[in-house]
Structures are given as C-alpha cells and as structure tokens.
Design a protein around this ligand. Structure first.
Ligand code: SF4
Ligand code: SF4
Ligand code: SF4
Length: 151
C-alpha cells in the first residue's frame, strides 16, 4: 500500500508549532515522506500523549527507509505472511525449483522469506530489479494485502 503524505500527516501532533524547522506539520510530513527529515526533529511527538502516533510513524518511516537499491518497500504491518511473494518471485524458483510447486523454497538464496508471520528481506541484491529486468513486479502483483510496493 503506497504511503501517502496524509498518512504521515495525520500521525504528527498537528500543532504547526515550527519546532521541527518547518512552517507546518504538513510540510514536515512531506519532508519525512521524502526521507529528508528525522522524526526526532518534531520534539512535541516525544511527549507521552503521542506514543501511539509516534509508533505508527516509526513503522511508516522504517518501511520507507528500506526503499534503497531496487525501490522495493515492504510495509510489514500489512503483511499477512501468506508467502505468495516468496513463492512467486523468480529468484526463489531459480534457487529452489520446488518453489514453483507452491512450497516454500528451502534455499537461502532468496530476496525475501516469511519469518514469524512477516515477510523479511534476506538479500535485496538478488532482486531482478538490481540488474537487467527493471520491470519485474511479480511480488507486488501477487500480494493480496498490497504490502509490497516499488517507488
Ligand atoms: S514540530 Fe511537530 S508539531 Fe510542530 S510543526 Fe513540526 S511536525 Fe508539527
Ligand atoms: S521484483 Fe521480481 S525479482 Fe524482485 S523481489 Fe519482486 S518478484 Fe522477486
Ligand atoms: S504476498 Fe504480501 S502478504 Fe503475502 S507474505 Fe508477501 S508481502 Fe506478506
């Protein structure tokens, strides 16, 4: 599920106090979304009254931070752990042909695997998008909860 600026904004305190160096919470939300600011710059959110919002923002931001080499982002909070992406990823099929039959690949030479009910990146450098095939998006298409996206 793509993260929108509103998702970030609605979890900020909404005080428009400027302590983060921005004129408004909305402009700080835009900065966070683009990875240009640190959540700690908003000192009010460190107050106990904003614990839930802070946690929510940390989850959103940690997901954004994973979008490095390939642009792949996994939003763990949306992941049901179904394993569709692991099985459908062509890298899994190459590493373990058994994966094509719908079984979890035994190899560790994968892009990701499901650990404790959540998909985790094992080795992003194996993703086809780091090489020739920038168009591969099979994992995104097979995810029923829209937990994977590319930016
Ligand atoms: S410091 Fe926090 S509450 Fe104040 S304007 Fe920035 S984001 Fe909004
Ligand atoms: S983009 Fe393709 S190669 Fe990369 S993780 Fe997804 S399915 Fe696998
Ligand atoms: S397909 Fe989606 S919900 Fe299923 S394990 Fe992968 S990321 Fe999680």
């Amino acid at each position: 599920m793509a993260v929108s600026v509103m998702q970030v904004y609605k979890n900020l305190p909404g005080l428009n106090c400027g302590k983060c160096g921005e004129d408004s919470c909305m402009s700080f939300a835009v900065k966070l979304l683009h990875g240009e600011g640190k959540l700690e710059q908003c000192s009010p959110i460190l107050n106990s009254g904003y614990t839930t919002k802070k946690k929510e923002l940390e989850e959103i931001i940690s997901g954004l931070g994973k979008a490095e080499k390939t642009g792949l982002i996994i939003h763990e909070k949306f992941c049901s752990g179904c394993g569709n992406c692991v099985i459908a990823c062509p890298v899994s099929a190459m590493a373990d042909p058994g994966a094509m039959g719908g079984k979890g690949p035994k190899s560790r030479d994968l892009v990701f695997r499901v650990i404790n009910g959540k998909v985790k990146i094992v080795d992003i450098s194996r993703c086809r998008r780091t090489g020739e095939d920038k168009r591969c998006r099979i994992c995104v298409d097979v995810c029923p909860t829209k937990a994977i996206e590319f930016v």
